[in-house]
Design a protein around this ligand. Structure first.
Ligand code: COA
Length: 328
């Protein structure tokens, strides 16, 4: 295992999460598009998702999740010296959601920025923040995954609208001599951009989609196959990098896109499903928020205990993919 005595690790001091009040069930979707609860449940494991209110934005979700993480970490917001927010659905083109969040939390002066790696966003954000802490550039970082993905969904497209939901998750990581985050592994291959994307943006704002709005488009089965293959491979990479074997892992905390993708990854790790933190049934795919929300669920209900070893892993548009090996 890496990490000599005296090394600086970043350690998860506290977790937080927030889900909007409004729940959209599969039954409600049946009244919107040609689908069925049976189809959605059997293909994805999703039974409901949370949807932000009209006057509720990514920043609001991020702030609520952050306040819970700050309280659980037992720190004061003024201790925070780095804010990294992973989001695909920022409130504004600029300033970044991280800067807006910084102001809401009455924190001033420390670096604050967003990262964009879609569903792998939280793993990227954690990887960046971990490196700040390991190099001594930060001692107490707030890392957030927050999304109002419902705003980039075409609610008439059954291929995508059944899959996603809104939410935010956050962690506070602090410098520690004890592990800690052992390693993070970040990857991308932009050749796959067209398989999962929103085909217009700020610079290229042509009428790429109907009525000129920007919605998620996805080649579902291609994404599915790549996700299963890639997530299996990255689990091995993560263990090998730390000289660990499958039996050393207590928990898998995966990105919650689809129960079948998660089950395939767990099988590859030879982990029984009882050792996998699942929120996909109640929350759907909340993109960058899904991993910190799952982590928060596992920690708050007492399943994940201090000293236990977790793998977090995600896959998303880009394609991007990544993982971290963490002793909680
Ligand atoms: N309700 C009913 N039918 C639907 C549907 C829905 N909500 N969405 C798609 N279908 C139909 C399609 O139109 C297609 O019909 P056709 O065969 O007549 O053309 C058929 O179902 C596709 O079936 P199948 O190929 O068996 O679906 P699948 O097992 O691949 O499941 C997904 C579809 C989208 C659930 C699956 O591919 C998936 O999860 N992909 C990954 C998505 C993902 O995780 N994206 C985010 C990554 S971060």
């Amino acid at each position: 295992m890496s990490g000599d005595t005296g090394s600086v690790y970043s350690r998860i001091a506290g977790t937080g999460g927030y889900l909007p009040e409004r729940i959209m069930t599969n039954a409600e979707l049946e009244s919107m598009v040609e689908t069925s609860d049976e189809w959605i449940t059997s293909r994805t494991g999703i039974t409901q998702r949370h949807i932000a209110a009209e006057d509720e934005f990514t920043l609001d979700l991020a702030e609520k999740a952050s306040r819970v993480a700050i309280a659980n970490a037992g720190i004061d917001a003024s201790d925070i010296d780095l804010i990294v927010v992973a989001t695909t659905t920022p409130d504004r083109v600029f300033p970044s959601t991280a800067c807006l969040l910084q102001s809401k939390l009455d924190v001033h002066g420390c670096p604050a920025f967003d990262v964009q790696a879609v569903c792998t966003g939280f793993v990227y954000a954690l990887g960046v923040a971990d490196k700040f802490v390991k190099t001594g550039a930060a001692k107490c970082a707030l890392v957030v995954g927050a999304e109002t993905f419902s705003r980039i969904i075409d609610w008439t497209d059954r291929n995508t609208c059944v899959l996603f939901g809104d939410g935010a998750g956050a962690v506070v990581i602090t410098a520690s001599e004890e592990p800690g985050i052992y390693s993070t592994h970040l990857h991308a291959d932009g050749d796959y951009a067209e398989l999962l994307h929103v085909p217009s943006g700020v610079s290229n704002n042509l009428a790429a989609v109907k009525d000129g709005r920007a919605y998620v488009e996805m080649a579902g089965s291609e994404v599915f196959k790549m996700a299963v293959k890639t997530l299996g491979r990255i689990a091995d990479e993560t263990l090998e990098a730390n000289g660990m074997v499958r039996d050393d892992v207590d928990w898998l905390v995966p990105h919650q896109a689809n129960l079948r993708i998660i089950a395939a990854t767990a099988k590859k790790l030879r982990l029984p499903m009882e050792k996998v933190i699942l929120t996909v049934a109640e929350q759907g795919n909340t993109s960058a928020a899904s991993i910190p929300l799952a982590l928060h669920a596992g920690v708050s209900d007492g399943r994940i205990k201090r000293g236990e070893t977790l793998i977090i892993e995600g896959f998303g548009g880009g394609f991007t993919w990544g993982s971290a090996l963490i002793e909680y």
